[in-house]
Design a protein around this ligand. Structure first.
Ligand code: HEC
Ligand code: HEC
Ligand code: HEC
Ligand code: HEC
Length: 164
């Protein structure tokens, strides 16, 4: 009983430390379908379609059998399985590596008035990803690591807005 109390206390303490260190910890994951509403026009680069056809949206399909439910694999192959369940709003389990693994959870930046302003979006949790973001998953902990060259890899998944 006493031990349970202590472990609960430690959990609460840990949570406080965690929140104190990450100012955007309360932002929640809304899933790719929400981003699609504004980011799938051909003239603006149809980011959703590009993601859907690329390696990240399909990352769960590489996990066969028991691996498909192994947290050690899911931590890099699934956004939904790699973030705290309490932070999931409308993100779906089958999205694989979704937009928000690279761009940050979208609940606070997803509205048009915020998104139109890049600085404001960033202040509300939008991440403009760089090499460091990729290396959270593209590293030697991956059993299938093939090395990582940012320029080369970024070009393979590029989804720029040609109207900009
Ligand atoms: C209500 C519409 C809307 C939604 C929903 C939305 N966006 Fe945006 N987003 C925009 C607009 C408008 C811009 C400004 C540039 C443009 O016109 O495409 C933008 C810009 C961006 C940028 C570019 C920032 C830069 O470098 O200039 C990124 C990245 C982005 N959005 C990601 C996302 C992601 C990820 C989601 C879902 C979690 C999302 N957006 C949801 C409308 C939206
Ligand atoms: C949350 C983890 C995660 C992050 C962050 C991530 N990736 Fe990936 N990436 C993966 C996984 C998992 C695969 C393998 C998908 C599959 O085939 O199952 C992959 C595959 C790829 C591939 C295809 C490689 C191949 O062998 O064909 C490219 C290219 C790529 N990622 C680029 C990037 C870039 C660039 C970034 C950063 C902007 C990035 N990734 C960020 C998890 C991630
Ligand atoms: C640290 C992150 C990470 C972990 C953990 C991880 N993967 Fe991956 N996985 C990746 C990345 C990134 C790629 C893309 C390969 C590359 O380009 O390096 C990938 C690719 C793959 C592929 C495609 C193989 C290929 O040759 O392209 C399979 C299958 C796979 N992983 C299975 C697994 C399994 C099974 C586990 C758990 C035992 C696992 N992964 C754990 C990040 C990870
Ligand atoms: C694997 C990481 C990764 C994933 C997944 C990802 N993006 Fe990106 N995204 C990037 C990178 C890297 C850039 C380029 C950042 C820069 O400007 O240097 C980018 C740029 C963008 C831009 C700005 C384009 C421009 O030229 O202004 C938008 C909009 C965007 N992403 C939306 C999305 C949406 C929507 C999804 C999901 C449907 C998504 N991204 C998934 C890594 C990712």
């Amino acid at each position: 009983m006493k031990r349970l109390m202590i472990s609960k206390l430690l959990l609460v303490l840990g949570l406080f430390l965690f929140i104190g260190n990450t100012s955007v910890a309360q932002n929640k994951y809304i899933g790719a379908a929400k981003c699609k509403m504004c980011h799938n026009k051909a003239e603006k680069g149809e980011q959703y379609n590009k993601w859907l056809a690329g390696p990240h949206a399909n990352a769960l399909k590489s996990l066969k059998g028991d691996d498909a439910s192994n947290p050690k694999c899911l931590k890099c192959h699934s956004t939904a399985a790699s973030v705290d369940a309490s932070l999931i709003m409308t993100l779906k389990k089958d999205e694989g590596v979704s937009c928000e693994s690279c761009h940050g959870p979208g609940s606070a930046y997803k509205s048009m008035s915020v998104m139109k302003n890049k600085e404001m979006s960033i202040s509300k949790g939008l991440v403009v990803p760089d090499e460091k973001v990729c290396k959270k998953c593209h590293n030697e902990e991956s059993p299938n690591y093939k090395g990582f060259n940012y320029e080369e890899y970024a070009a393979k998944i590029a989804h720029p807005n040609p109207s900009k």
